[in-house]
Design a protein around this ligand. Structure first.
Ligand code: NIG
Length: 387
């Protein structure tokens, strides 16, 4: 098997405290030895290998793991964003605008749009991604979205429970029945996860529970959109059902934090969404201090978070959510892996997938200290150096 050595690393973040200094397990003057698609060893700089990539004394970190995206969609909602910047509030109903555009797009168009977004994220250091359906809201389009998502990741989430589509207006329970029945049957073979938007204006707790339990019966893992637009039942439901992650968590009450802290459910924060929708930022400090496992993700979508920049999300988490740089970096790498229940991602240690990036900087601190600057010099995905 051919080996690749990423050599001359000034500061290597492993995310494994036992391997180095501090919570990020930092190793200085290091070499990352890769065999095939896996990390083989962490050694001192100067290690031998078939191929050598010189990090030039810069910082190397695990690739970002983006555990929440809606990458497959057509159209944009720039006008809605502009109106919001002039004072109009965010409303979940905008999902229907994207649904119409997505239903009308061909597979080839959707595939090309998704490819471009995925390439953009990769250039920004996202080496693994979760992708949800949810802009089809009919059987055939949801199936197409899951199929296209599966061409880009093995973490595909079926989200027929994103919003009640126009043709089911006034009959939400009929739509829930469709999601739990025929739509799930068509999509479950193409997905690993099921997600539901448990929020006023989307699905109430009973409807959300029905969708999640049907997904579980079909063999899918559970994810929940909860507590995005106000306090609500999403977090508690996610914890009760043992969901891998509850995402947004913009409005956390004491009971939500207590429930999360005693659970395996990761609270995934999506700060670019709170930025773009002018919501308050989640109280991450309070959650972390209470012992909640957290992640940060981009939530790439045309309505509430049209960005593929995890660095931007990390900078917001430090600036506006009072996370330390180390917590935020871990949340965008290891946290994302935990939210997807992947122990092969988000860390650099023997046997993990060789997903890493060389930053154009001596320290990961520049992700926050130099916000908006493209700092990813080179990415390695599954042992392959990306162009
Ligand atoms: O995670 N909350 C629901 N879904 C997306 C928003 C989708 C949209 O506005 O198009 C989210 O923010």
């Amino acid at each position: 098997m051919t080996s690749l050595v990423v050599d001359n690393i000034g500061l290597l973040v492993t995310n494994i405290p036992e391997l180095g200094e501090g919570p990020l397990g930092i190793v200085r003057d290091a070499a990352l030895v890769i065999e095939g698609d896996r990390v083989a060893a962490i050694e001192q700089a100067g290690a031998a290998g078939d191929k050598r990539l010189d990090a030039g004394g810069r910082c190397v970190i695990p690739g970002f793991v983006d555990s929440h995206t809606h990458l497959v969609f057509a159209g944009d909602r720039a006008d809605e964003f502009a109106a919001r910047m002039s004072g109009r509030p965010y409303e979940a109903g905008g999902i229907r605008v994207t649904t119409e555009a997505t239903r009308n797009a061909s597979d080839a168009e959707l595939r090309e749009l998704t490819r471009r977004r995925r390439a953009e994220g990769l250039r920004a250091g996202i080496t693994h991604i979760e992708i949800k359906s949810g802009y089809g809201l009919d059987i055939e389009t949801e199936r197409r979205l899951c199929e296209i998502a599966g061409e880009f990741t093995d973490d595909v989430t079926f989200m027929g429970g994103h919003l009640v589509p126009t043709e089911y207006e006034g009959r939400p329970n009929d739509y829930v029945e469709l999601v739990c029945g025929e739509m799930l049957a068509a999509c479950a073979p193409l997905a690993k996860w099921i997600d539901v938007f448990c929020e006023r204006g989307a699905f109430d707790p009973e409807q959300s529970r029905a969708i999640l339990e049907a997904g579980r019966r079909a063999g899918l893992g559970l994810r929940v959109h909860g507590n995005q637009l106000g306090p609500g039942p999403g977090v508690q439901l996610a914890v009760e059902l043992g969901a891998a992650s509850v995402d947004h968590c913009t409005y956390l009450e004491d009971g939500d934090i207590d429930a999360l802290a005693g659970s395996d459910t990761v609270a995934t924060f999506l700060p670019a969404t709170d930025f773009s929708t002018r919501q308050p930022y989640p109280e991450a400090r309070r959650a972390i201090d209470a012992g909640v496992n957290v992640a940060i993700a981009t939530n790439t979508n045309p309505g509430s978070s049209n960005t593929t920049s995890m660095s931007f999300c990390i900078a917001l988490a430090v600036r506006d959510m009072r996370m330390t740089m180390e917590e935020a970096l871990a949340a965008g790498t290891l946290g994302g892996a935990n939210a997807l229940r992947r122990d092969d991602l988000g860390r650099l240690a023997p046997a993990t997938r060789a997903d890493a990036m060389i930053l154009d900087s001596a320290s990961y601190a520049d992700l926050v200290y130099r916000p908006g600057v493209p700092l990813v010099a080179q990415t390695v995905v599954a042992g392959e150096v990306s162009p």
